[in-house]
Ligand binder design. Sequence first.
Ligand code: S5P
Length: 275
Amino acid sequence: MPSAHSLSYAQRAEKHENPAARLLLETIIRKESNLAVSVDVTKSEDFLAIIDAVGPLVCLIKTHIDILEDFDYGLIKKLEELSQKHDFVIFEDRKFADIGNTVALQYSSGVHKIASWSHITNAHPVPGPSIITGLASVGLPLGRGLLLLAEMSTKGTLATGGYTEEAVRLARANKKFVIGFIAQRRMDAVGLAHGDNEEDDFLILTPGVGLEVKGDGMGQQYRTPDEVVRQSGCDVIIVGRGVYGADFKNVEAIRARAEKYRQEGWNAYLKRVES
Ligand code: S5P
């Protein structure tokens, strides 16, 4: 049985039952893009302008909705309209990390009501299985998907070794809702014990991607799309400042950079599945 590493996105889409996982894989195929852009700006106007500029080129837009200084719920309707117009998946990078009851409330309620609009969200596995139970109680009935942070891109991260293995075990035990990981490499073989299903196919979404620089002076570490997708077998490259960073008012330049990352990410994938 070939590993997910060598299968095409199309072959893998057929095997996923979670609607958010299928939507992401099908969007990647339709748009020939494994690029996700992370739009970490503080003004709604800039946020929407960047998304409108890169929307045609991405499979997914990643948000930190709590960064927006002028947030009001009307923004969500505009985000959803852009998602329809440009055909991309929405991932609120909320990094939940609390007890089940609290995360269920944070996910469903408050000013942001994340579960009602974000196809995918993520959580730190640090509290153990109860965080998945809490989030799944809200997200599963809505057809949402969860990513666990099995590794991080930052220098000195504590998410390594046994912690990463436990994250993968948690995912294997909760496959209806946990669709994959934020990680730096494929996780299929991590912590595999006798009796585990070796055909598990988790999506790997990978931040810490940049072509120009190796870091940001605040612990972030960058690798190239080729290192991430071809060499490490990851599925989606997440790029933030590499796309919008230099001048986030210049939408033409932003679009051109997004197209460069799209091409690099897609070519790395083609090389991976051809090899
Ligand atoms: O390990 C991680 C996990 C995440 S989700 N490292 C990360 O950088 N991220 C997020 O990816 C981070 O919160 C930010 O939104 C994005 C990377 O942004 P960039 O500007 O450094 O590309």
